[in-house]
Design a protein around this ligand. Structure first.
Ligand code: ADP
Length: 458
């Protein structure tokens, strides 16, 4: 059955209430019924005992003593308490009976236990009856039957049952509509969420779900959805920024290349001029392909699944030596003294693919931003099962205010201050993404003009 959430809540609520009400109403009904039977049974027991003492047995005949007096009394009592009394012998023959029975005879039930109460019929009318044996000298001479009409009690019980059934159905229907209404009201925030999320597209991502008044689970849900929307909005904004930065980064060398070629073609040049312009053009092409490669790498790092296959381990000192030897020319040309100190006796290993991307970019920067004739210290420690690698240079340093932005795509600190140092601001983004992939952390300390310290905790 395809019920709406509102109707389902109302239905569940109604079923639960129906069960509780059915139990309570049945209990009320049975308590009333039992109380009525108990009252009638007390009266019957009393009447049966009273009349048992008012009989006389002569030979095998059993009769009431002072029948006349008893008749008058009974006659009076009949208006308020119609107790039927009847005496039968052991063969079931009626010996005597109360005048209110007239021609009727109370049925003798051999199957019923003596002195217990049971329901039966007297001329199709419901009665409650008790049967007491009449004994003389230890011998059963007959039975005294006492009965009372159940009609008035039955009427009360039937009325009570009808009232309970009608009020049960009425209450349930009213309850269904009330709980449907209340459920409808309480899911208004859910409707708001559906409406808002339905008409949010990437052009109006700044819209938010209205927060409910009460701080309940629905408030948390709306709040959570708003936070999610904010994250999506930020991610899309970052993506947009990234695309525009990336195209800018590629367009600049392209237009510079075009400009150079246009100038070159205008008139004949000397061999040296051609060579120098073509070399410049080639270096611009190299820059573009480097940027393109880094962009592709970033894209690959964002889709984690492809990288995991690449992750074999490598000894950290070996990896650093490999990176240093790849940069040997630059080290020599700047006359840098690089010191690699491993302060651990253990052979510390790191995931090769990601560790290489992290250290390659950070060591490259340390070399690139170092001043000539300075030192670079690289140390490896292994405290409390952590692998820590510190790369310290004596380079140009980074402004304190810029440190939080270092890992943003295309961010370059004070690029105009060091135009001669080429960079595109993607290296540390790649390092950071790689660190995230292997749960490593990168910390930066730096002071302008005196150097930087990059700490990597693997
Ligand atoms: P880039 O290609 O510009 O070097 P990175 O993402 O590797 O890009 O670094 C971002 C910026 O951080 C650099 O432009 C530079 O301003 C600063 N930076 C990074 N490492 C160092 C360092 N060791 N010394 C000084 N500045 C650094």
């Amino acid at each position: 059955m395809n019920l709406s959430f509102k109707n389902r809540i109302a239905l569940h609520y109604m079923i639960a209430t129906a069960i509780i009400m059915a139990v309570i109403f049945s209990a009320v009904f049975f308590v009333v019924q039992e109380t009525m039977y108990q009252n009638i049974d007390n009266d019957l027991t009393f009447e049966a005992s009273k009349h048992s003492g008012e009989i006389q047995i002569i030979d095998n005949a059993i009769h009431f003593i002072n029948k006349k007096e008893w008749e008058e009394m009974e006659h009076r009592e009949i208006q308020i308490n119609p107790v039927f009394i009847q005496i039968i012998d052991t063969l079931g023959k009626v010996m005597d009976k109360s005048p209110n029975l007239k021609s009727d005879v109370l049925p003798f039930k051999n199957s019923e236990k003596y002195s217990t109460h049971f329901n039966t019929y007297l001329k199709d009318k419901a009665i409650r009856q008790i049967q007491k044996p009449i004994q003389s000298n230890g011998e059963t001479k007959g039975y005294l039957l006492a009965a009372m009409s159940l009609e008035p009690s039955m009427m009360v019980l039937i009325k009570l049952r009808n009232v309970l059934i009608i009020s049960f159905s009425l209450m349930l229907s009213v309850l269904y509509f009330i709980s449907r209404y209340l459920a409808g009201r309480s899911i208004i925030p859910v409707k708001n969420i559906t409406e808002t999320t339905n008409h949010i597209t990437k052009n109006n991502l700044n819209e938010r779900v209205e927060l409910p008044f009460y701080k309940d689970e629905l408030y948390d849900l709306s709040f959570g959805i708003n936070k999610l929307l904010k994250r999506i909005e930020d991610a899309i904004e970052r993506e947009r920024q990234f695309t525009s930065d990336a195209s800018h980064e590629l367009r600049t060398p392209l237009s510079s290349l075009r400009g150079t070629l246009e100038v070159l073609i205008r008139k004949p040049r000397t061999q040296e001029e051609y060579e120098s312009k073509i070399k410049y053009g080639l270096s611009e092409i190299d820059r573009m392909s480097q940027t393109l490669e880094q962009l592709l790498l970033l894209a690959r790092l964002n889709s984690t699944s492809k990288i995991i296959n690449n992750n074999e381990d490598i000894s950290l000192p070996i990896l650093i030596e490999e990176i240093l030897s790849r940069n040997n020319n630059e080290i020599l040309s700047k006359n840098l003294s690089v010191e690699l100190k491993s302060e651990t006796s253990e052979n510390v290993v790191v995931p090769k693919y990601h560790a290489n991307l992290i250290l390659d970019n950070i060591i490259n920067n340390a070399i690139k931003y170092s001043k000539k004739n300075t030192q670079i210290h690289i140390s490896i420690t292994n405290p409390k099962n952590n692998i820590i690698c510190i790369i310290k240079d004596e380079g140009i340093g980074i402004k304190n205010d810029d440190i939080p932005y270092l890992f943003n795509h295309f961010f370059r600190s004070d690029a105009l201050e060091h135009k001669h140092i080429y960079g595109n601001g993607l290296g540390l983004s790649i390092a950071q993404k790689s660190a995230e992939a292997i749960n490593a952390k990168i910390y930066v300390e730096s002071s302008i003009n005196s150097g930087s310290i990059f700490t990597i905790k693997f």
